[in-house]
Design a protein around this ligand. Structure first.
Ligand code: BG6
Length: 484
């Protein structure tokens, strides 16, 4: 059976819009970089096209010695990739300016702040180390009251640097004005987890250790390095995907129902469940895997070995695939493994959170063909909800078959970066990561990073275009069918 739903069940995106819009400036640091071009500007273009930010001025700043004309071309091109070329977007392109600057220097920052008007939103589209230095310089010169800060992930490079960055930010603006970006929280399917779990009577009562055997959160990508050596080789799959995005998904899957979806309630519930999360058995050597791809072909596209990509340190041991099994030590989830995995250059492109239920206590004698337990699947691309259930197949009604019920989620109104930008413009931090949670996510993965650094977990290899290492901690059970 295939049905269609029209849109997300609960849309945090429909949150408060300012009734009387004030002029705002978005100061984009790292404006000439790849993140701005590929994700941020297209998200901004789509948001501006909705008419939601009528008095917004964009100022770009970067180390590249660009002029306004070069920058306007970049903005217009990025907007065009998402069809954002209407009158509002064209006006934004006409009015935007570019100011070259070293954003770690106080005098440069003073110059940038002097060019901004109205309510200020600063987006740090910068590597974490530069963000920290820039924030420290801003702390020395001060910010206009009400300034909101948006910081791209990863937040810090480890627990200690995240703590010290939080400390600097706390001296700059109140916590509710800090928007730590995790664009997965702007994905409508991820936000949909809330509606699915808390607006339906049928799922929530069975989402606990009494009924669930395990929860998998998997994000396998066909993409390889895609020219991002400078960033990726210092991060690797665990920091790039698991420490941030997948733990956010885990929090939404595992948390208790918040009374409201306002920032305090929702982020409080997420923080609570992440505080209870740790590596399974406290044994990162047994319960983690790391691997990187060798040369191969993905969807007809030839990829060189990761270690041979330009800009990579082949001796650095950066992984392109990470797996870790976590325990969520709460009354609800004690004893249920949460298996997280993300990898690049893979064949499967499996992107989903899967709840595997326990087997029924007893399948009556005479009912045959039971092979697989029920599963609830939340797909993050394609965006869909799936339910695998055992029903009678064709012919003999006592012979079971597994049926896959699928409902497509409606597309979100905005791309993820449009959604998170809207949160900052509206002063609503619901979809951003709270400071203590950012630190908690480092606390969860640090034992794994330490074990890997100590060489206690071998760096395996898998050919690009394969399904990853053979001894995966998430090896599908025999006969398990994966929906694509
Ligand atoms: C980014 C990671 O945050 O998320 C990338 O840095 C990854 O490595 C990407 O490819 C996945 O998100 P999306 O929304 O592009 O599927």
């Amino acid at each position: 059976m295939t049905t269609s739903t029209s849109s997300a069940a609960i849309s945090v995106a429909d949150g408060p819009a300012p009734s009387d819009p004030v002029p705002q400036t978005l100061l984009l640091l790292g404006a000439s970089g790849d993140l701005a071009e590929r994700l941020l500007l297209p998200g901004l273009g789509r948001l501006v096209a909705t008419g939601a930010q009528p008095d917004l001025v964009l100022i770009g700043s970067g180390r590249d010695d660009w002029n306004d004309e070069r920058w306007r071309r970049r903005v217009a091109e990025s907007f065009a990739t998402v069809g954002a070329d209407g009158p509002r977007e064209t006006e934004m392109v006409r009015a935007t300016r570019y100011l070259p600057a070293d954003v770690t220097r106080e005098e440069d920052l003073r110059r940038l702040l002097a060019a901004c008007h109205g309510q200020l939103v600063i987006f740090f589209a910068l590597p974490p180390v530069i963000t920290a230095r820039s924030a420290a310089a801003l702390a020395r010169i001060g910010l206009p009251p009400g300034t909101r800060l948006m910081l791209e992930k990863p937040f810090g490079t480890d627990g200690a640097s995240a703590r010290s960055l939080n400390h600097v930010l706390a001296g700059l603006v109140p916590e509710d004005q800090v928007h730590r970006i995790d664009h997965f929280l702007g994905k409508s399917t991820v936000v949909n987890i809330l509606g699915l779990r808390f607006a339906n009577r049928i799922f929530e009562p069975v989402l606990n250790a009494a009924h669930v055997a395990c929860v998998d959160i998997v994000f396998d990508e066909a993409l390889g390095l895609e020219g991002r050596a400078g960033y990726y080789d210092g991060a690797g799959a665990l920091v790039d995907m698991v420490q941030s995005h997948l733990l956010q998904v885990l929090a939404l899957m595992a948390m208790d129902a918040p009374p409201t979806l306002d920032a305090r309630d929702l982020r409080g519930r997420k923080a609570q469940v992440l505080r209870a999360t740790r590596v399974w058995d406290g044994d990162p050597v047994r319960w983690s895997r790391r691997a990187r791809y060798t040369a191969g072909e993905v969807n007809g596209r030839r990829l060189p070995a990761y270690a041979d990509e330009p800009g990579i340190d082949p001796t650095g041991g950066t992984e392109t695939l990470a797996e870790v099994v976590l325990a969520v030590d709460t009354w609800r989830w004690a004893g249920v493994p949460f298996r997280l995995r993300s990898g690049k250059a893979l064949a499967g492109r499996r992107k989903e959170a899967v709840v595997t239920f326990r087997q029924p206590p007893r399948v009556p004698t005479g009912l045959t063909g039971y092979e697989q337990p029920d599963r609830l699947r939340i797909g993050f691309g394609p965006d869909r909800l799936g339910l695998d259930v055992n029903i009678n197949g064709p012919g003999d009604p006592l012979e079971l078959d597994q049926a896959h019920l699928v409902a497509e989620f409606g597309p979100g109104g905005l791309p993820p970066y449009g959604e998170v930008l809207r949160g900052a413009f509206d002063g609503d931090p619901t979809l951003s990561v709270r400071g203590d949670t950012a630190e908690e996510c480092w606390r969860i993965v640090e034992p794994v990073l330490d074990a890997w650094r100590a060489g206690a977990v071998p760096l395996q290899e898998y050919p690009a275009g394969s399904r990853g290492p053979v001894d995966s901690l998430l090896a599908p059970a025999p006969g398990e069918e994966i929906l694509h």
